[in-house]
Ligand binder design. Structure first.
Ligand code: CP
Length: 310
């Protein structure tokens, strides 16, 4: 049995062999769901501790645990409804939860919060998003979706569009893509929210080709994947900075006309106007399939962290 996964804190911890095993386990989970679930995690408890809003991540993790026969406790608004509001430290909160459950899924406002939690937790911690830092489980489901849609990731051209500074999913997805051969990444963003230098440095170290640009129209016709993102309004230091970045890249029917017929559009969601609803009916709009894949990836991750998956 594979015990290479314990904490899931960042996307850099995944190598190609681990990704292959995770995707195989996720594929098996598709069968488990089709068969009505199983009971392998019966008697195990997962805590979801969310200091920031979430629809997909929290609910897909909770669904995943339920599909595998486990139980869920937690709070969807830990900033207000946990004792953090009384001044309890994150470390003390985690020490307490360690006594109540078997795995913690945590979203926090601060970069590095999941690593802090893991230092004191006696159980696995899964990072469900740490501020503008990382969102590794999102990147895993993104990569799983690309693998499913194309049958491969090697050799693909992937455009990441929008808020590449505060959008944590593109940081994690870059780190995951660095495991694949001959990928080309286009970072398409307004100048004030381009991809951070520390992400580019990692891509350089791994020998991954990338190009920074602000011209989506020039790139749209040649890529396999357009990965659109929301401008993260809540993370900007000022309204003026947000307005410099907002509304620059909209995927609409005209943009879809420029794209290859085999290409797909992904988005971690939620969207806030950057993909128009007219695009939803296009078979290349893969973002709802992508969100659905989050269930399978998270089932596989929980089972692996709890030593109940190969
Ligand atoms: N993609 C994502 O993390 O969505 P939620 O914020 O709804 O969890």
């Amino acid at each position: 049995m594979d015990r290479s996964l314990y904490h899931v804190l960042g996307a850099k911890q995944f190598d190609r062999a681990e990704l292959d095993r995770l995707f195989a386990a996720s594929k098996e989970m598709e069968g488990v769901v089709a068969a009505g679930g199983d009971k392998r995690l019966s008697g195990r408890i997962m805590t979801t501790l969310f200091f920031e809003a979430s629809t997909r991540t929290r609910l897909s993790f909770e669904s995943a645990m339920n599909r595998l026969g486990g139980s869920v406790i937690g709070t969807e608004n830990a900033a207000q409804f946990s004792s953090a509001i009384k001044g309890e430290t994150l470390e003390d909160t985690i020490r307490i939860i360690t006594g109540y459950s078997d795995v913690i899924v945590m979203r926090h406002t601060e970069i590095g919060a999941a690593k802090r939690a893991a230092k004191v937790a006696g159980i696995p911690v899964i990072n469900a998003g740490d501020g503008a830092g990382e969102h590794p489980t999102q990147a895993l489901l993104d990569a799983y979706t690309i693998q499913k849609e194309f049958g491969r990731i090697d050799g693909l051209k992937i455009a990441m569009v929008g808020d590449l500074t505060y959008g944590r999913t593109v940081h994690s997805l870059s780190y995951i893509l660095a495991n694949y051969q001959d990928v080309m990444v286009y970072y398409i963003a307004p100048e004030n929210v381009q991809i951070p230098s520390y992400v580019k440095q990692y891509m350089d170290e791994k020998g991954i080709r990338y190009q920074e640009t602000n011209d989506l129209n020039a790139v749209a016709g040649s890529v396999d994947v357009v990965y659109q993102t929301r401008i993260q309004k809540e993370r900007f230091p000022s309204v003026e900075e947000y307005e410099k970045a907002a509304g620059k890249y909209i995927i609409d029917a005209a943009l879809m006309d420029r794209m290859r017929k085999e290409a797909i559009v992904l988005h971690p969601l939620p969207r806030a106007g950057e993909i128009t609803e007219e695009v939803d009916a296009d078979p290349r709009a893969a973002y709802f399939r992508q969100a659905h894949n989050g269930l399978y990836i998270r089932m596989a991750l929980i089972a692996k962290c709890l030593n109940m998956a190969d």
